[in-house]
Design a protein around this ligand. Structure first.
Ligand code: ATP
Length: 215
């Protein structure tokens, strides 16, 4: 008789606009998989991002870039449920769904330090805390494409009165904003983008003429 595969016990969710996904996102996913010993990590591009004021690139482009940025990592599952959800999408709803899909599992919510600092603005944040352990990577305060990493300063999390597990990831001062700004500059080659995003993502941005106008 064939052996039954054991049900995942440790399940992570990592949501973001991923507009575009960059090296820090990938490092965060890799660190979470390894440090938290995740059986599966769901990568969830946001649908209607209630907390972002700018209009995002199309869901199709962001999903395609996520496949290119994370697709080769073991135990990663691309998850488009937030894109397909009607109306605003809340993490609490996604975690409830994951809880019913993995009733035995411990759930982890993977996020960066900036999101931890604004966590109490999230819709139903208390419910999120009941459903999942927060797994947080520190983030450089001097975020930007042109700031050398050795000048990066950690975000001060000492005032945070929420339980969370710190992910042991080297500080990265990359942001999607900086990537978009760099693409918008004249005479940027795909090579110049490689320090910010994985090469297949850089090629996708170039081939699909994304981020040509500043946002
Ligand atoms: P934008 O610049 O457009 O606001 P972003 O770079 O913050 O985008 P998101 O897609 O909004 O990227 O981020 C998804 C998640 O990844 C968030 O939890 C965010 O805190 C985390 N994250 C993004 N960049 C970093 C980084 N450099 N270090 C640590 N965490 C990061």
């Amino acid at each position: 008789m064939a052996e039954k595969t054991p049900a995942p016990q440790r399940v992570g969710m990592f949501g973001g606009a991923f507009d575009p996904p960059h090296w820090a996102h990938r490092a965060l996913a890799e660190t979470a998989l390894h440090q938290l010993k995740l059986d599966v990590l769901h990568i969830l591009p946001t649908g209607h991002a209630w907390h972002k004021s700018r209009v995002l690139s199309s869901a199709a482009d962001r999903v395609a870039m996520c496949e290119l940025a994370f697709g080769d990592l073991p135990n990663v599952q691309m998850d488009q449920r937030e894109i397909h959800r009607e109306g605003p999408s809340y993490t609490a709803d996604t975690l409830r769904e994951l809880q019913s899909e993995y009733p035995q599992a411990q759930l982890f919510l993977v996020l960066g330090a900036d999101q931890l600092l604004s966590f109490k603005n999230w819709v139903r944040w208390q419910e999120v805390l009941e459903l999942a352990t927060l797994a947080v990577a520190n983030r450089a305060t001097n975020i930007g494409a042109d700031v050398p990493l050795d000048n990066a300063t950690e975000t001060d999390l000492s005032s945070v009165d929420l339980p969370f597990e710190l992910l042991n990831m080297p500080l990265k001062n990359i942001s999607a904003t900086a990537v978009r700004a760099r693409v918008g500059q004249p005479a940027q080659s795909v090579d110049a983008l490689d320090v910010l995003v994985p090469e297949p993502v850089a090629s996708y941005i170039s081939q699909h003429h994304l981020y040509q106008t500043p946002t």
